[in-house]
Design a protein around this ligand. Structure first.
Ligand code: NA7
Length: 542
C-alpha cells in the first residue's frame, strides 16, 4: 500500500498511477511517473512488452516511419546505444528496441503481464479509481492512464459459416507468435490496407497460391528502405536534437513538412517536379510533404491522385488487374497511405489472383474455403487484414465508469467526445494517451504524438501534486469547445468524405467523426502547452 502524495486525502491507495499498456506510450509513462517518485503499476494483456509491436507479428509487418524519428528522445544514452539497421525497420526490430528500452530502465518490474483490465470505476468520495482485472485484482489508484494504442482492438468480421472452415483463420493483429507455415499452402488474404499490403507482398512468393480479396484498393507508395551502416547511424544520431525539435513542430510529427508553398504558385512542370522528387524519396513525404491543398482542394487532390494512379498502373502487366488495383473510390491521402515494397509486382505472378470483393462481396466460408461470386475458392489459411476499431475500441472494452456511474462505452456508442484526446468530461483523473480527437496514428508519427501526450499527462499530474489537488477533469464547456474546433478543422478537409477507419465507417453503428485531430501536430502541441501554462483553465480541479 502506498500513501499517495496528495496531502489532504489520507486514503491509502494501492498505487498513485495505473498505466494500461506496455507499448511505446505505456513504457514511457511508467518511466516518467516513476522518475517523479510515484508508485506505478503497469498492466498489459500480453505476456511481454511491445504493445502494437508485440501483437502485430504477421509476415512483413514493418514501420512506415523512418527509424531515426520512430524512437524515444528522453535518453541520450539510449540514442547512442541503440543501432537501427535500416530506414524502415521490421516488426521484430521495433519489438527488440522496446525490449532494449525496458531492460535498460528496468521497466518490466513495474508491470503485471498476462493481465487484462476488465473494469475501472471512479469513486468520487475517495477521489480514486478502482481498477479490476481478469486476474481478480481490484487496485485502487489516483490516476488511471490508458496507453492502449489507437489501433489495438482488431476488427474481426464474422463471415457466414466461418466456424465451419477446417483451415486456419488468423487476424494480423492476433497472428500466432510462432507463425503459420505457409509454404505450399493455398492462402487467402482479406483486406488491402496498410497491413494487407505488407502481408501480401511478403508471402506471395512463399505460398503455393494466394487469393487476394480486395474491397477497397489503396494508394501504395513505393518504399525506399536503405540499410544503415555506422556512418549513416552516426549521421542520424548527430541530428537527434534537431530532429526532435523538427518533429514536434511539424504538421504530422515527421521530419518533413509542406515545404513547396502553394500548389497554385507553381507551374504544372514545377508541380510535377515536386511530386516526382517526393515519389523518389520513397517515404510518406509523398503524402504529408507535398502540398497542403492535397487535403482541402478537390482539384489538387484529383491531380495528385492521378499522378499516383499512373505510378501504380505502370507496375502491372494485365490491364484488367491494373484497373482493379488502381484506387478510384477515394482521393489520394484522404485515408492512410501505405508504403509498399513489391506489392504491385505480386499481381504479375501466376500464383496470385486478385478478386473484386466490392462488386462481388464475400458470401461466407465453407468447410474448405471462401464462397464468392458463385465460386468456391479452396483455401488452407485465411489471413484477415481487416483492420481495427480505431481510437475507441480499446477504451470501450475496459468498461470504464466515471462520475455518477456514467459509462464511457455508452457515451462513445452515442458520440465520441474528448478534450484534446487527453481527458474526458465526467471521468476525473482518466488520461487517454492516443485517445480519439488527438493527432495520432491517422495523422501523426506515433512516437512523436505519444511522447508529447505522455509529457502533457505527467506534467499535469505534477501540477496537481504541487497544487494539492486530487483530481482534474475538463468542464463540459471546455470539451464542447475542443470538439467544435476538431470538427471545424476536420470538416474543412476532404477526409471526412472517405469511408474508412479514419471516420469510423469501418465499424457498423460507430458514430461518425474524424477519429484524429487534423489541425497539425505543431498546432496541437501549442494548444496543449497553452492549457498547461494557463494552470489548466477550463478544467475543474478538486
Ligand atoms: P484498414 O486500413 O482498416 O484496412 C482493412 C482492410 O480490410 C480494408 O481494405 C477493408 O476494406 C478490408 N475489409 C474489412 N472488412 C472486410 C470485409 N468484411 N470484407 C472484405 N474486406 C474487408 O486496416 P489495416 O490493418 O490495413 O491498417 C490499419 C492501420 O494500421 C494502418 O492505417 C496503419 O496506421 C497501421 P474496406 O476499406 O472496408 O472496403
Amino acid at each position: 500500500m502506498t500513501d499517495i502524495g496528495a496531502t489532504e486525502n489520507t486514503t491509502k491507495l494501492d498505487f498513485d498511477a495505473v498505466v494500461v499498456g506496455a507499448g511505446i506510450a505505456g513504457l514511457y509513462a511508467v518511466y516518467k511517473l516513476r522518475e517523479m517518485g510515484l508508485s506505478v503499476r503497469g498492466i498489459d494483456a500480453a505476456p511481454a512488452v511491445g504493445g502494437t509491436w508485440y501483437w502485430n507479428c504477421y509476415p512483413g509487418a514493418r514501420v512506415d516511419s523512418q527509424s531515426y524519428i520512430y524512437q524515444y528522445w528522453f535518453s541520450d544514452e539510449l540514442i547512442k546505444e541503440w543501432d537501427w539497421p535500416e530506414r524502415f525497420p521490421a516488426q521484430p526490430v521495433v519489438e527488440q528496441y522496446l525490449n532494449f528500452v525496458t531492460d535498460k530502465f528496468q521497466l518490466d518490474k513495474e508491470y503485471a503481464f498476462n493481465t487484462r483490465v476488465t473494469s475501472a470505476d471512479w469513486d468520487n468520495d475517495k477521489q480514486c479509481w478502482t481498477v479490476g482485472t481478469d486476474q481478480g485484482d481490484k487496485l485502487t489508484t489516483r490516476y488511471f492512464i490508458s496507453c492502449t494504442g489507437m489501433l489495438s482492438e482488431p476488427k474481426i468480421p464474422a463471415f457466414e459459416g466461418q466456424e465451419k472452415f477446417k483451415g486456419v483463420i488468423a487476424h494480423t493483429a492476433r497472428y500466432p507468435r510462432e507463425g503459420i507455415d505457409l509454404k505450399g499452402k493455398r492462402v487467402g488474404v482479406i483486406g488491402c490496407g496498410a497491413t494487407g499490403i505488407q502481408v501480401i507482398q511478403t508471402i506471395a512468393s512463399e505460398v503455393e497460391h494466394l487469393t487476394v480479396f480486395q474491397r477497397t484498393a489503396s494508394y501504395g507508395v513505393a518504399m525506399h528502405n536503405e540499410k544503415f551502416d555506422d556512418a549513416a547511424r552516426d549521421h542520424w544520431r548527430s541530428k537527434a536534437k534537431e530532429l526532435q525539435e523538427t518533429v514536434y513542430n511539424s504538421f504530422v510529427g515527421f521530419d518533413y513538412d509542406f515545404e513547396h508553398g502553394s500548389w497554385y504558385d507553381l507551374t504544372p512542370e514545377q508541380r510535377y517536379e515536386v511530386l516526382e522528387e517526393k515519389w523518389q524519396e520513397g517515404s510518406l513525404s509523398m503524402w504529408v510533404g507535398t502540398f497542403p491543398e492535397l487535403f482541402t482542394d478537390q482539384a489538387v487532390n484529383d491531380e495528385i491522385s492521378d499522378f499516383v494512379r499512373e505510378k501504380i498502373r505502370a507496375r502491372i502487366k494485365d490491364p484488367k488487374i491494373a484497373d482493379l488495383v488502381t484506387p478510384r473510390n477515394h482521393g489520394f491521402g484522404t485515408y492512410r497511405v501505405p508504403l509498399e515494397n513489391g506489392y504491385y509486382d505480386v499481381f504479375n505472378q501466376d500464383n496470385v489472383e486478385l478478386i473484386d470483393a466490392r462488386n462481388t462481396p464475400i458470401e461466407g466460408f465453407t468447410e474448405t474455403g471462401i464462397k464468392i461470386g458463385g465460386r468456391d475458392i479452396a483455401l488452407d489459411v485465411v489471413i484477415l487484414a481487416t483492420g481495427f476499431n480505431a481510437g475507441t475500441g480499446s477504451l470501450t472494452k475496459m468498461n470504464i465508469h466515471g462520475r455518477d456511474d456514467r459509462s464511457l462505452t455508452t457515451e462513445f456508442d452515442e458520440d465520441i467526445r474528448t478534450t484534446m484526446g487527453l481527458q474526458i468530461h465526467g471521468y476525473p483523473n482518466l488520461f487517454t494517451v492516443a485517445g480519439p480527437l488527438a493527432p495520432s496514428a491517422a495523422f501523426c508519427n506515433m512516437t512523436t504524438c505519444l511522447q508529447q501526450q505522455v509529457d502533457w499527462v505527467t506534467d499535469c499530474i505534477a501540477y496537481l501534486r504541487d497544487h494539492h489537488h486530487q483530481s482534474i477533469e475538463p468542464t463540459v464547456e471546455k470539451q464542447d469547445e475542443w470538439v467544435a474546433h476538431h470538427d471545424e478543422v476536420a470538416n474543412a478537409t476532404l477526409l471526412t468524405a472517405t469511408q474508412s477507419w479514419y471516420t469510423g465507417a469501418n465499424i457498423e453503428g460507430k458514430p461518425s467523426r474524424l477519429i484524429s485531430y487534423i489541425g497539425g501536430v505543431s498546432e496541437y502541441h501549442r494548444i496543449c502547452d497553452e492549457v498547461q501554462a494557463s494552470g489548466y483553465e477550463g478544467f475543474s480541479k478538486a
